[in-house]
Design a protein around this ligand. Sequence first.
Ligand SMILES: Cc1cc2nc3c(=O)[nH]c(=O)nc-3n(C[C@H](O)[C@H](O)[C@H](O)COP(=O)(O)OP(=O)(O)OC[C@H]3O[C@@H](n4cnc5c(N)ncnc54)[C@H](O)[C@@H]3O)c2cc1C
Length: 230
Amino acid sequence: VAALEAEARSAGVKLMTGARVEEILREGGDSTLRHARGEVRVGIVVNAAGADAGRVAALAGSSVPVDPVRRNLALFLDPAANAGAPMCVDLDTGVLVRPEGSSGWIAAYSDPLDPPGRDISLDPRFLEQLAERAPHRFPFLTDLPVDPARCWAGLYPETPDHHAIVGFDPAVPGLVHCAGFGGHGIMHAPAAGRAVAELVTTGSCETFDLRPLRPSRFAEGDLVAETSVF
Ligand SMILES: Cc1cc2nc3c(=O)[nH]c(=O)nc-3n(C[C@H](O)[C@H](O)[C@H](O)COP(=O)(O)OP(=O)(O)OC[C@H]3O[C@@H](n4cnc5c(N)ncnc54)[C@H](O)[C@@H]3O)c2cc1C
């Protein structure tokens, strides 16, 4: 993110932080965004508000089914960790493991029954759930200590079919949604950025077929089937 920010600034992009959008007003084909540091008038609004995308859509008079759901991570200390190892996912249990530099291994498990919420304290059940499942494919973790200070939780922006929502809002002109990336938003960010850039500058996306990710698929009952949710 830091690298992207530096490159964006050097390309002339204007970034404003600490400017939470609190109101979106439609006026003569444009939108005025009232935010914590003032206001800005724009032709197109991109709702890329992550776990808050539902709230931002509501400010614009629309809705997208994006819910915040807590996800937890644990760090297993291992000075011998192979920092070049790829992220590995055990599809039987849903446990995923990847190296964390030379500190050790990050392991995660997402309970599909976790309800939406905004609590980002570490779920006390998480380490137990992980300990039960990790040995199935990653037995080497069993003998490694967990660093409690480096276990943490954050919010996944989840959608009903666990796929992102990318495209023009069907009801509100000039509103583009780019949200709901669940646990893969960093990996998908370059493609998502490309898609949104094309939507904003040309009105359509030629590089990718965005139809499966269109915002209207939920109302149409045409969800994307997904069996591997991490
Ligand atoms: C524990 C954990 C581990 C993860 N591991 C991975 C991984 O290994 N690989 C991977 O690809 N993904 C991973 N993810 C998922 C990834 O973090 C998300 O999918 C990604 O951050 C979503 O990006 P985003 O830009 O849509 O939303 P965010 O990164 O959440 O950014 C949304 C931004 O919008 C801002 N915002 C919200 N409301 C407003 C408002 N009203 N006005 C102005 N700004 C607003 C927020 O402040 C925030 O800066 C993980 C997530 C968690 C929680």
